[in-house]
Design a protein around this ligand. Structure first.
Ligand code: GRF
Length: 228
């Protein structure tokens, strides 16, 4: 069967792009990374595309509309069927979002709908949550909204700074992005009522605790009264 032609839009490092390239190197992966577009000519991800022999282009970003028009033309010329945003740091033109609706996904480093926007990991640390994670979702007009395909959860550990938490989340991103593209390419996703149903999905059972047991909780002693 023909593999789904996927384009990846980037602005920088491209580690998620790399995860997709690596996944697509497996002969049984149902998608190929056929095009990489960047709004930033210096993006490290462009070098990753070059190293993998994937057509790649930096498109100037004089305006959101101009970028969208040029990107749309490049995607159509390459016969792209699906677009993955991977660290693409600009807002997309709403006509572009509409044209690629339900064939356009994004990855975000939080458990959406918590902590949309910039510095999601810092937001999680500041909120004091015990678990953080990442989300792959179909793109809608409002930033970091849209039907959710997959999420992964990582613990927040005592002593985490933004970089440590971001690294832990990134490892999870590199697993759920290739998984999500695979599920789409296999035709297993259906969107209805703003939610994604996944044919044949296996969900984890059980309970996640952080801290993991009562001894850990007891070891910090009783909470001081009057605390906020
Ligand atoms: C990732 O954390 C992604 O979730 C966010 O931007 C970062 C991009 O990293 N949207 P990379 O360029 O894929 O390494």
């Amino acid at each position: 069967m023909a593999r789904l032609k996927v384009a990846v839009l980037i602005s920088g490092r491209g580690s998620n792009l790399q995860a997709l390239i690596d996944a697509a190197a497996a002969p049984n992966y149902p998608a190929e990374i056929s095009l990489v577009l960047s709004n930033n000519p210096e993006a490290q991800g462009l070098a990753r595309a070059a190293a993998a022999g994937i057509p790649h282009r930096a498109i100037a970003h004089p305006s959101r509309e101009a970028f969208a028009e040029a990107a749309d033309a490049a995607l159509r010329e390459a016969g792209i069927g699906f677009v993955a945003l991977a660290g693409y740091m600009r807002l997309l033109d709403s006509a572009f979002v509409a044209a690629w609706r339900d064939r356009l996904v994004n990855i975000h480093p939080s458990l959406l709908p918590a902590f949309p926007g910039l510095h999601a990991q810092r937001q999680a640390l500041e909120a004091g949550v015990r678990f953080a994670g990442c989300t792959v979702h179909f793109v809608r007009d409002a930033v970091d909204t849209g039907p959710i395909i997959a999420q992964a959860v990582v613990p927040v550990l005592a002593g985490d700074d933004e970089a440590a938490l971001a690294d832990r989340i990134l490892m999870a991103e590199h697993r759920i992005y290739p998984l999500s593209v695979r599920l789409y390419a296999e035709g297993r996703l259906a969107i209805a009522g703003g939610r994604v149903a996944i044919a044949g999905a296996v969900a984890p059972g059980g309970l996640l605790l952080n801290p993991t047991n009562s001894e850990a909780a007891a070891s910090v002693g009783p909470l001081a009264s009057g605390g906020g």
